[in-house]
Every structure is written in C-alpha cells, then in structure tokens.
Design a protein around this ligand. Structure first.
Ligand code: EPZ
Length: 432
C-alpha cells in the first residue's frame, strides 16, 4: 500500500514552483468540449483528477492529444455519446461539469449523480435549478442526472447559495443558450473567472465573472483557441503554510499574489513574514507562531480548501484558536488523526474546532481522509518530532503534483514508499 513516510524537523527552505490550478483546469477541460474545433490548454497540473476527467472526455468520444503531461489538445467534435457513466463520476466528482458543457452544446447530457463525499453532503440542486431555468428538463433516473432541452433560453437565475460548481456549470450551458442570462449570487473564485475567460476566448459573451453577478449573452457557436491555466491558489497556500509550520523560509513561484490575500493575512496574523512580488511570494516562518481565529468563506474569504492546513499549523501555535467551517458540514474528520500526533483539538457541533496550541507534535501513523486533510497531515508530519507515515495518499495524488518531490526539493526528509517494509527501512536509516 502506497504511503508517505517522513521524518519531521527540517525547516522547508528554498524555492518551489506551483502547478496549474486543478479546480480551474477541471472546468476548463469540460468547457473545451463545447468548441467546434480543437482547444489547446497548457499549464495543466499532472494530477489524477485531471487524468480522470480526460478519460471521461475520451469515454464519450472526445479526442484528447497530450503533447506532454501539462499540455493537451481537446477536440469535442468527435463526441458520439452524451452519457457519462458512474465509473468516471465515482473517481472524480467534478465530471458533473460535463453536464453543463454537453447540455449547452448538444442540448442533452446524462451524467451519473455524484454521491456524498468525505467532506459532507454535496447536493447539486443549484446546478439543476439553473439548467431548469434555462429551459432544460432535468430528471434523475437510475442514479443518472438526465438533462434534455429542445432549446435553451437565457434566464434570470438567483443562486440560493454561493456555489463554485453551480456557477461554472450554469455559465457553460448559458453561454450557448438563446438570449441573455443574468446569474446572481455567484461564486467569485479565481477558477470561475478562468473558465469565463476561456469561454470568452472561445467566442462566448460573458461579463462580470469575479463579481456577484454574471451576465451572459448566448452565442450559437464556440470555437477553438489556446489557453493557459492559472496557478493553483490552494497548492501555493499549502506550501506557504508548510513554511510556517516548519519555521522555514521559502519562495513560492508562479503564483498570483492577489489570489492568496486571505492566506497571506492569516500567516501575518500568526507572526510569519510574507513578502509579495509580481508572481511569487516569500514566506518566512518564526520560532513561535501566534494563535488566530478563522472562518472559511467563499472567495475572497479564507478558503475551505485551506482549512485543514491552517488548523494543523495552529496546533503548534501559542494560545487557543477557533476555526469555523462554514462551507462544508463535515470537514474536520482529520482532527482525530492530528490528535494521534499530539494535537489538542476539540470539534464542537461539527463545524467549529477549538485548537489549543501544543509545544510540539510527535510522529505517528495516520490516514488521509480526503485531499486537503491529507496535505495537512503531511505538513504536520514535517513539523513533528520523529517519523510519520501517511496512508491513503491516493487522495493527495488527486490534487498535488509531485508533492513529495517538491517538498524534498525544499529539504524535507520524505519518501513515497509502496510497502511497509520500505517504510521500515526508511525508519531504520541513520540520519547524518
Ligand atoms: C468546489 O467544489 C471545489 N471543487 C472544492 O474543492 C471546494 O472545496 C469547493 O468548491 C468550495 O470552494 C472543484 O472546484 C472541483 P460548492 P463544489 O458547490 O463546486 C453547497 C478540493 O479539495 N451546495 O462551491 O462542489 C455545498 O454542499 C475540492 O479541491 C448545495 O447545497 O463546491 C457546499 O456546502 C473539495 N447545492 C457549498 O454549497 C448545490 O447545488 C459550496 O459548494 C451546490 C452546492
């Protein structure tokens, strides 16, 4: 069984280059199939979620040509099936983006209903509400979401909650509807803006992405183009907290500092030094971190996808911190694993964690319950005294490209191993 094994204590020092944003790339690849010619996308992260979405696109007949692991050409003109079955959706929830893309382009899409997931119930009622408002008939039969429309007509749609997925999905469908759509109370995440930018480059007419209201004038056709994925805000944030928790000093390259503002603010409140440059940030950790309170919020608030990483870091800060998770109902599952490393965290009512800072963490054997929690456990292991093993690392592979290599490049003593024997060998190694 593959796992990470690490010996904590080395400060992360040096430079790390951030990959393209996974959650942007998932939307971009789905949008690409709407064009009537090939779309060329580069700066893709080479992570399993992206590979799975590309397989799903090939599964319905789309042509995917990889120039290298980060550069792909997607040609949706060869699509011959509008049915995305459960085998893809099980592997990767974001294949629901194919609903909006196929519905917009072909007026018909059938995609398996994404199930619950490790971070709580994740309904798609807002996506469905949007498709229906555009004139689609949406039924759920045999575990499939079936969307059909004779024609799609622009509409005025108000989302009951700020949802990244619903905003992107409805925006894609509406970009090929007849007439004007006004989409209110939308998500403002950088990846929403990135997908809107690609669609506009493909010939769509979308305004306001990045604000609360998106206005779309539908077009009949979208065409191919070239596009580059934005840098990954969450991967960057994870390394920034890596510098804080290990008291290191790192330069995080290929980032958009504006996308990192909530993360930067929290690090500064905790006493770290953060310097912003054009496309990089430097984070210098301090011997003692200060406590702070955090509430996860839609962008530009503090991202839920950084909640486990800041909680792990605060577990060794001075004083007591309160973390409020306002996006997902069950995103503190990893706290039990952190407790095995000596963290003192009490989860109250499922959405609030009270973190009493301890002097140090100690190495333990832990399991990643999901992607970001897995990354947080690795950060904790890098700061802990002794050896930590992190299992279930397939979650981490979904969203972090060559995570171990990047960390090792910063001086971390970490290895990916495939057997317990290899892990034991790492443990027995004499460290000079
Ligand atoms: C996206 O998920 C991300 N995934 C998530 O990243 C991220 O945690 C989340 O946005 C919040 O930022 C991708 O971009 C592929 P939402 P998404 O719709 O779109 C509720 C990671 O680790 N809701 O913004 O599925 C929902 O239950 C992943 O990279 C409804 O009730 O999230 C949640 O409470 C994990 N009905 C809230 O809204 C709906 O129809 C926000 O969810 C839609 C959402």
């Amino acid at each position: 069984m593959e796992q990470y094994v690490m010996r904590g204590g080395n400060p992360l020092v040096g430079e790390v280059t951030i990959s393209g944003a996974k959650n942007a790339a998932l939307g971009l690849l789905a949008a690409a199939i709407m064009a009537d010619s090939a779309v060329h996308i580069d700066n893709l992260p080479d992570v399993s979620d992206i590979r799975n979405l590309l397989s799903a696109i090939e599964g319905i007949g789309g042509t995917v040509t990889k120039a290298d692991p980060h550069t792909v050409t997607v040609d949706g003109t060869t699509i011959r099936s509008l049915i995305v079955d459960n085998s893809y959706v099980r592997k990767m929830r974001a294949s629901y983006y194919l609903l909006g893309a196929l519905l917009g382009r072909f007026r018909h899409a059938e995609v398996a209903l994404p199930g619950g997931c490790n971070i709580g119930a994740r309904p798609i009622d807002q996506h469905i509400k949007g498709f229906r408002a555009l004139g689609a008939q949406v039924d759920i039969e045999g575990g499939m979401v079936i969307c059909r429309a004779k024609k799609l007509t622009g509409a005025h749609i108000y989302l009951d909650m700020v949802s990244v997925g619903a905003t992107i999905n409805i925006m894609m469908a509406a970009s090929m509807a007849e007439g004007r759509t006004i989409l209110e109370n939308v998500a403002k995440e950088p990846h929403v803006v990135d997908v809107a930018n690609l669609l506009n480059r493909m010939g769509a007419d979308i305004r306001g992405a990045g604000t609360d209201v998106i206005r779309i004038r539908g077009v009949q056709k979208l065409h191919g183009c070239e596009y580059s994925v934005i840098p990954d805000q969450i991967e960057a944030g994870t390394f920034m907290f890596g510098a804080a928790i290990t008291r290191g000093d790192i330069i995080v390259r290929n980032v958009i500092p504006r996308h990192l503002e909530s993360i930067t603010s929290k690090l500064r409140e905790m006493g770290c030094e953060v310097t912003e440059f054009d496309d990089q940030v430097r984070v210098v950790g301090k011997p003692y971190l200060e406590h702070t309170d955090v509430k996860t919020l839609p962008y530009p608030g503090f991202p839920t996808d950084m909640q486990p990483q800041i909680t792990a870091t605060l577990s060794i800060a001075r004083g007591t911190s309160v973390i409020r998770e306002s996006i997902f109902e069950n995103r503190f599952k990893y706290v039990d694993e952190l407790a095995r490393m000596g963290a003192q965290i009490k989860v109250e009512s499922g959405s609030v964690a009270v973190v009493r800072g301890v002097e140090k963490l100690t190495g333990a054997s832990v399991k990643a319950p999901d992607l970001r929690a897995g990354a947080a456990l690795v950060l904790a292991g890098l700061a802990a005294e002794g050896t930590t093993t992190v299992e279930e690392i397939h979650y981490i592979d979904r969203g972090y490209e060559i995570f171990v290599e990047k960390l090792a490049g910063l001086g971390a003593d970490i290895k990916r191993v495939s057997t317990d024997r290899e892990a034991a060998k790492f443990n027995l190694r004499v460290v000079s």
